[in-house]
Design a protein around this ligand. Sequence first.
Ligand code: MD3
Ligand code: FE
Length: 214
Amino acid sequence: MLDLFSEEAPWLEPLAEGAAILRRRARDEAAALLALVDDIAAQNPFHHRITPGGHRMSVAMTNCGDFGWSTDARGYQYSEYDSVSGQRWPAMPDRFHQLAVACAEEAGFPHFQPDACLINRYAPEAKLSLHQDKDEQDMRQPIVSVSLGLPAVFQFGGFERGDAVQRVLLEHGDVVVWGGPSRLRYHGILPLKAGSHPATGAFRYNLTFRRAFR
Ligand code: MD3
Ligand code: FE
């Protein structure tokens, strides 16, 4: 019988070699994660960075952890200090670290110890153009991504910018783990469609856990 009120348990969806979606994996703890995002943003507000090419990013960012990722006129880098505030990044909450380690392990990466967490905030129309994440030292380490709030269409392609892309909808509580041969795939987010989510209102948040330095 069709049960409209069933709460499905999380499930693993293989995406490509080394990549998997843990559907709804973070849903039950989403409210706690979002409260921690608020604490972090109270210490280090979301900020639209300017790329080396002079473009203001439509995605607003902050970080937590020993290192934070940012971009400015100098390029793209991980650093201990935020160049905007001059301060260290807020500490990575234990709950964030534990979730990232558990999800990496469930996807087949048992030794992941993130030292950086980039937090992206998308308002309607915000997007992230196709790019590779290659500012980390050790490409054997995966990246763990947690999506919260409004859904977004994620694109992932191959190893060259012009390769064909696949589209996947990422929804509230979905976790994606990218490692192995998928670690250097091109990927991006299409412009966010306006909406209202009970947990995040007009926004989508994405946490990406990384190992920046060996
Ligand atoms: C595939 N963030 O911050 S998460 C980024 O939803 C980033 O905000 C997107 O791409 C977002 O760099 C996508 C999914 C993701 C994250 C890292 C990856 C996919 C990835 C690294 C390699 C390959
Ligand atoms: Fe990325």
